[in-house]
Design a protein around this ligand. Structure first.
Ligand SMILES: Nc1ncnc2c1ncn2[C@@H]1O[C@H](COP(=O)(O)OP(=O)(O)OP(=O)(O)O)[C@@H](O)[C@H]1O
Length: 207
């Protein structure tokens, strides 16, 4: 598929696939098209040419149905800054098929304490914000998780906890697609890796 962003070819005849229960890594230098690929799969940008199918559906014509099956954890979080973490979790459980108990469990596994859940989201540290957002992403009842730079901002222990969570999702049959620069984490996590370069994806190998 090809994606033009403001006439710039961000993806160029890019071939990509992922299967149920897989963790797929998308790596590549800055500006190579990783985020654009994730946004395309999440129905947030449209293909100019080529075809995109997410669980057999075209995100262009069935955007709503696709979004119900997809969680997307982006660089910037779609959290309410003036609400507490706990209130944000409640909101996402009411509106975005997030399992509240599971999300609270994830906040505990990430080492967040009651105080972190009760202060306004905007006062949390960068890493705490990331943990709260990741807890929601890991707890949504969707078949596909798209996750952009999941390890950025996290300490080593939390990176390992997150990786275990991503593997648990895959073992439960969910599909996880990760854009990341952290090549050292690929070996333990990914079943396949694509390398992006100038908007095209090359399959690097399977484990
Ligand atoms: N709205 C836009 N208009 C024009 N060009 C854009 C737009 N959004 C992204 N691009 C361009 O598309 C290319 C791919 O961007 P993308 O964000 O997908 O890269 P990336 O691989 O995720 O980079 P990074 O590792 O820095 O996050 C870049 O050259 C970027 O400048």
């Amino acid at each position: 598929m090809t994606v033009l962003l403001d006439r710039f070819p961000a993806l160029v005849r890019c071939d990509f696939d992922a299967y149920e229960g897989e963790v797929v890594f998308v790596q590549g230098p800055n500006g190579s098209g990783k985020t654009t690929l994730l946004r395309l799969l999440g129905g947030l940008v449209e293909a100019f040419a080529g075809s995109v199918l997410v669980f057999g559906r075209d995100p262009k014509t069935e955007a709503r149905a696709v979004r119900r099956e997809v969680s997307y954890l982006a660089h910037s979080y779609q959290m309410y800054e003036e609400l507490s973490g706990r209130e944000n979790l409640s909101f996402f459980s009411a509106t975005a098929s997030c399992d509240l108990e599971r999300a609270l469990e994830w906040t505990r596994r990430f080492g967040l304490i009651d105080r972190d859940l009760d202060v306004r989201f905007r006062v949390l540290s960068a890493g705490q914000r990331k943990k709260m957002s990741a807890a929601i992403a890991l707890s949504r009842r969707t078949e596909l998780l798209l996750i952009d730079e999941p390890h950025a901002l996290l300490d080593q222990a939390t990176k390992a906890t997150l990786d275990r969570g991503l593997l648990e999702l895959a073992q439960a049959g969910r599909t996880v697609i990760i854009a990341s620069h952290e090549l050292d984490r690929i070996a333990t996590l990914a079943s396949r890796t694509y390398r992006m370069s100038n908007g095209t994806a090359t399959l690097m190998g399977s484990s």
